[in-house]
Design a protein around this ligand. Structure first.
Ligand code: GLA
Length: 382
């Protein structure tokens, strides 16, 4: 039986922290690490999933889809199946196996990569054509409703729309998405704090509720509508916590706007400054940093060749992204690794990430004639 394969990358958020579910703007990129889901159709309604590691097999009937409490990893693909069914697509049973190299809990959206790759596999096996933005939204709903994290659309949309050597600019007020060339001669170093984040158990959903409450207190539908001046004027009448949450979102939206302008004129130094300010705002206003993430950015900023450093993604653990001169990127990664372990006692394996293309699907080919693995050679963008 023909089997299909789908690949979806992880993502790094460069600027625009927690702005997505506030109808704000983000600059992000798909990275050169991702997940591949390979599988084939069955004649019944059974889904059989395999991952690596213990407890990494699950078989469930499509009519009995429900969130798994023991094998939570399976909730990403199962949630996507449920959303396809809800959207009216007829889904038959299938077998699928996931593999890849996006570390879980590192702030690089392994969960979105798993969802998007599953969506790609389902589309290929059932010969469905779905608009890329709709694919991202189906996957987001899987995360919101089946996994239980009230995340925005950033991770899934970046995994779908990523483009090699480009940043993805996303405006969640209009759903406009475009790519902007990443400045040549610069690179991104990603470093894991060694403290995993788990958005389900973290204060992610609480932050989202606080943002909604802040918008309500300010008399607007979303924090996107608030300018820095309006927020300043309302400060005295706003609960101090809600003020700080709103200040983070309003500040992030403005930093993204400045970064887009800096990209236009090739001013990478300005982007570094904005990244540093973003982390400071996470630390003090949004309180989604951790001592480990703070140490990582401090260590990075003390290394020569670094323009700026901040936490990336949801926060509460996970990792950081650091903008560096490309020529010094490998040496920066090594120096961050050494200094972070010395200072924190935790280990980190920073790596220089290549900005890569987004998700793709194709028919799976096991082996070429000379025995080389050919999967991936025949993939087309979603
Ligand atoms: C996580 C969520 C995203 C986004 C970021 C923070 O990655 O999944 O939707 O909110 O955090 O910007």
């Amino acid at each position: 039986m023909a089997s299909a394969t789908a690949y979806a990358p992880g993502r790094v958020e460069l600027l625009g922290n927690h702005t997505d579910y506030n109808r704000g703007v983000v600059l992000a990129a798909a990275i050169d690490r991702g997940l591949t889901v390979t599988g084939s159709s069955r004649d019944d309604d059974v889904i059989s999933l395999r991952a690596s590691g213990p407890k990494a097999r699950l078989t469930v009937a499509i009519r009995e889809l429900r969130p798994q409490t023991e094998q939570r990893w399976a909730n990403y693909p199962l949630g996507v199946v449920q959303q396809f069914l809800r959207a009216g697509y007829e889904i038959r049973g299938f077998e699928a196996e996931v593999s890849g190299d996006v570390p879980a809990g590192a702030g690089l959206s392994s969960s979105a990569a798993f969802e998007v790759a599953t969506a790609g596999l389902l589309m290929k096996l059932h010969q469905l054509r779905i608009e890329p933005l709709e694919v991202a939204k189906l996957c987001q709903r899987a995360e919101n409703e089946f996994v239980g994290v009230k995340s925005g659309l950033l991770d899934q949309a970046t995994s779908v729309f990523g483009r090699a050597d480009h940043l993805v600019f996303l405006d969640f007020n209009t759903d406009a998405i475009r790519t902007i060339a990443f400045p040549p001669n610069f690179a991104l170093v990603i470093a894991d704090s060694g403290k995993k984040h788990n958005l389900l158990q973290s204060k992610y959903n609480t932050r989202r509720e606080e943002c909604v409450a802040a918008a309500r207190a300010l008399g607007v539908d979303s924090l996107r509508e608030v300018t820095p001046e309006q927020l300043d004027a309302a400060r005295a009448s706003l609960d101090p916590i809600l003020y700080r949450r709103a200040a983070h979102i309003v500040g992030e939206n403005s930093r993204v706007a400045h970064a887009v302008e800096a990209l236009r004129i090739g001013d990478a130094a300005a982007i570094g400054v904005l990244m540093n300010a973003s982390h400071e705002s996470s630390r003090t206003n949004f309180e989604n940093s951790t001592p480990e993430l703070d140490t990582l950015v401090e260590v990075a900023r003390s290394v020569s060749g670094v323009l700026g450093s901040r936490l990336t993604g949801g926060g509460f653990g996970g990792g950081t992204v650091t903008l560096v001169h490309a020529a010094e990127a490998e040496s920066v990664a090594e120096q961050i690794q050494r200094a972070y372990t010395e200072r924190s006692g935790h280990s980190s394996a920073p790596f220089v990430c290549r900005i890569a293309d987004g998700a793709a699907v194709g028919w799976h080919v096991n082996e070429t004639q000379d025995g080389a693995h050919a999967a991936g050679a025949k993939l087309d963008r979603i």
